[in-house]
Design a protein around this ligand. Structure first.
Ligand code: PLP
Length: 459
């Protein structure tokens, strides 16, 4: 339990604080309050060390799509562990799980893709995409075409390159990011940045014009690639305005700029389609996936690339004697075996069908809190949603101390047995894709209670 009075020197909580540094955590608050110690998971629930159950309303980190305790995934890992627990793909070596997984991904890719490169995390997949965009332009004799465009509010990871594509100040500050040559265009939040009276469609037109202006200002011959999530996840669950990608993609094509779709959250059914980009007609040159690829059970990510990118890799490797990129655990056989079983389970459990059936319930539930005094906007798609919390609903004024109220609501949810994630002052949900109607109703009900309790605290 968090904040437990029984925090002795030997408790897990004390040992945690003595030994661990936690990612994306207020380290001083953590030192004061300690961790929520999660010891077990089953279905949509996790359990703390006191045996309290929580609905994991964000699937861990948007990743545990199949919920906890899927023994089929454990069995697949065990079988592979005994057969070939570790091997690599360097210098002409291969193994069946990596081959099978690459084939499966190419077979389900939303647009024709030529080859798959494996890594361990979403950040690494996006870093690889940056490197391939550079490699590609070097292969084509365009050494000046190297700049990368991300979006304000976009999240693409945390390594030096992927963290530079990320458009969030909290991930840049004092880490000396972004690197030079990483640019950011507008955040697609119409609610937040749309002008008074400006329709979503008009907002999309304005954003597309701004992107084109940025490209022309920098010089199209200097821009290599544009990264976007179909729906922004960690940056605050931001759904693109109507028509947005229909306007953005022709501009990228016009200036011969690669489009990289980051499907790390949206992939594998989160938005109701196998790939989130399909909802918006995305035709990317590269696609990155992670998280749901193994239902978060083991670290694995993948980058799918078009034939043109592959041809550039092939040509460069011929010239240089090697394709000089790769991770020790690229295509790790146990992670690949678990990913293959995950893809089987998505099909067998009709996860897409479940999302199609229950997304309306979740989305209605999310919007049922739209009128709450603390909620500026309630939004989402499929099994992804969020509530943007504001100090003044009409004026859309943010809170004076960013993140404080988000944390209050998050804590009230947790105290009622639902784990949700506040991204600053945006409360987010992404239930496991196997969640049932009662699970979803409970999440929505608890959010209502937590909003009311927070309002009382603030009074
Ligand atoms: N891309 C998106 C859209 C993400 O949401 C994340 C992580 O949340 C990443 C990339 C980075 O993935 P990882 O944390 O596995 O490096």
């Amino acid at each position: 339990m968090q904040d437990s009075a029984a925090t002795t020197a030997n408790s897990d909580s004390a040992r945690d604080r003595a030994a661990l540094i936690h990612p994306m955590t207020d380290l001083q608050r953590h030192d004061r309050e300690g961790p929520l110690l999660v010891t077990r998971g089953e279905g949509v629930h996790v359990y703390d060390d006191d045996g309290n159950a929580y609905i994991e309303g964000v699937s861990g980190l948007w990743s545990v799509s199949l919920g906890f305790g899927q023994t089929r995934l454990a069995d697949a890992a065990y079988r592979q562990m005994r057969e070939l627990p570790s091997y690599h793909l360097f210098r002409h070596k291969s193994h069946p799980p990596a081959i099978r997984l690459a084939e499966r991904l190419l077979a389900i890719a939303p647009v024709p893709m030529s080859k798959v490169f494996f890594a361990n995390s979403g950040s690494e997949a996006n870093d690889t995409a940056v490197k391939l965009a550079w490699y590609y332009n070097n292969a084509l004799g365009r050494p000046g075409k190297k700049k990368i465009i991300g979006r304000i509010g976009g999240y693409h990871g945390i390594t030096v390159a992927s963290g530079s594509i990320t458009g969030l100040a909290r991930n840049h500050a004092d880490f000396d990011l972004p690197l030079p040559n990483f640019l950011h265009t507008d955040c697609p939040s119409h609610w937040k940045y749309g002008l008074p009276g400006e329709s979503e469609a008009a907002y999309a037109v304005r954003l597309a014009a701004n992107l084109e202006a940025l490209i022309l200002r920098e010089g199209p011959e200097t821009i290599a690639a544009f990264f976007a999530e179909p729906v922004i996840g960690s940056g605050g669950v931001i759904v693109p305005p109507a028509g947005y990608f229909d306007l953005i993609q022709p501009i990228l094509r016009k200036y011969d700029i690669l489009f990289i779709a980051d499907e790390v959250i949206c992939g594998f059914g989160r938005l109701g389609a196998m790939f989130g980009g399909s909802l918006y007609g995305l035709a990317p040159d590269m696609i990155t996936v992670a998280k749901g690829l193994s239902s978060g059970y083991l670290p694995i990510s993948a980058l799918m690339m078009s034939e043109a990118i592959w041809e550039a890799c092939y040509a460069q490797s011929g010239k240089l004697g090697v394709f000089g990129h790769g991770f020790t655990y690229s295509g790790h056989p146990v992670a690949a075996a678990v990913a293959l079983e995950t893809l089987d389970l998505y099909k067998e459990l009709d996860v897409l069908g479940n999302v199609a059936r229950l997304a309306p319930l979740l989305q209605q539930g999310i919007r049922s809190h739209a009128e709450h005094p603390l909620v500026g906007e309630a939004r989402g798609v499929g099994f992804l949603g969020g509530w943007e919390l504001v100090a003044d609903k009409t004026a859309k004024t943010p809170f004076a101390e960013p993140g404080r109220v988000g944390l209050m609501v998050e804590r009230h949810c947790q105290a009622r047995g639902v784990i949700l994630r506040a991204l600053g002052d945006i409360l987010s949900t992404a239930p496991p894709l196997i969640a049932t109607a009662p699970d979803i109703e409970r999440i929505v009900e608890v959010v209502g209670e937590a909003l009311d309790a927070t309002l009382d605290d603030l009074a």
